[in-house]
Design a protein around this ligand. Structure first.
Ligand code: NDP
Ligand code: 8X3
Length: 262
């Protein structure tokens, strides 16, 4: 039986767009109290308004850059000050940058940003929140991995490495927190149409649109639905890993596009 939000406090990182925004909406509808963070203040404010319309009260929203220890510490302190506890941490903030092969033409700044955001960012948040999640007596870490964490593909070497790392961290946490009241889950999507590909192609929205041409990708809401489901199982039920792909996707490179049938 679902346990719903029941006033539990959920942090969603990267809540200004895509999966993070949709998850915040799903949590608000399920009765969670929310603390949301991202770097773009204007976009975050639009999400605040959306959540306020759903619940009748404003969530806590604060600037958050997971690549900055200072920003992460200020964000976490603000949440504890405001709510006094945290039950759920959704480590969602993340990105792919480029499709460079690992050769002399690759952009190392892109590599560093992906590693710092997807791996170190998730670790910075988790490190500071584990004590609070344990103390809550009903904690839950939900990491947003990817099919890229299960299968490497050409042009995705470093992005895939970050998501393989997320999978390793999730596995280690499950062992480290065994016997403590904290669930550890990983939600691992395939193709989801969000700002993800626009970011990956450095703002080239035409190229980004081609990723989804002729097929029906997942939506941010499809993933949010899985995240909210995961967070609302009874406390003794831990959803370990959920892999979600569009029906039109077999693996990273094999997809069925209309007009391109064999
Ligand atoms: P979006 O680009 O729509 O959202 C990414 C979010 O991360 C934004 O809210 C962005 O906010 C935030 N973010 C980026 N950098 C930082 C940072 N340094 N500090 C804090 N927040 C940051 O993409 P998605 O919603 O698709 O991506 C969400 C997660 O899902 C990522 O981890 C991604 O790897 C994963 N994923 C996505 C898939 C897809 O096909 N879309 C498939 C599998 C996994 P802001 O720029 O305002 O900081
Ligand atoms: C996003 C899915 O296939 O673009 O994590 O790497 S993919």
């Amino acid at each position: 039986m679902a346990i719903k939000g029941q006033g539990r406090v959920a942090i969603v990182t990267g809540a200004s767009s895509g999966i993070g925004r949709a998850t915040a909406v799903g949590f608000a509808e399920a009765g969670f109290q929310l603390a949301i963070g991202a770097r773009r203040a204007e976009k975050l404010q639009a999400v605040v308004e959306e959540l306020t319309n759903i619940t009748g009260h404003a969530p806590l929203a604060a600037p958050l850059d997971v690549t900055s220890t200072e920003s992460v510490e200020a964000f976490v302190s603000g949440v504890i000050e405001h709510y006094g506890k945290v039950n759920v941490l959704v480590n969602n903030a993340g990105k792919a940058l480029g499709v460079d092969y690992i050769d002399e033409r690759a952009n190392e700044d892109d590599w560093e940003t992906m590693l710092d955001t997807n791996v170190m960012g998730l670790l910075r948040m988790t490190k500071r929140l584990v004590p609070h999640l344990v103390e809550s007596g009903d904690g839950h870490i939900i990491n947003i991995g990817s099919t890229a964490g299960h299968e490497a593909y050409a042009g995705g070497g470093v992005y895939c490495a970050t998501k393989f790392a997320v999978r390793a961290i999730t596995g280690a946490l499950r062992q480290e927190l065994l016997g403590k009241p904290v669930r550890i889950s990983s939600i691992d999507p395939g193709m989801v149409e969000t700002e993800f590909s626009v970011v990956r192609y450095h703002g080239d929205s035409e190229r980004a649109a081609q990723v989804y041409e002729g097929l029906r990708p997942l939506t941010a809401e499809d993933i949010a639905d899985a995240i909210v489901y995961t967070a609302t199982r009874p406390h003794h039920v831990n959803i370990d890993t959920m892999i979600l792909k569009p029906i039109d996707q077999a693996d990273a490179k094999r997809v069925a596009r209309k007009g391109q049938e064999d």
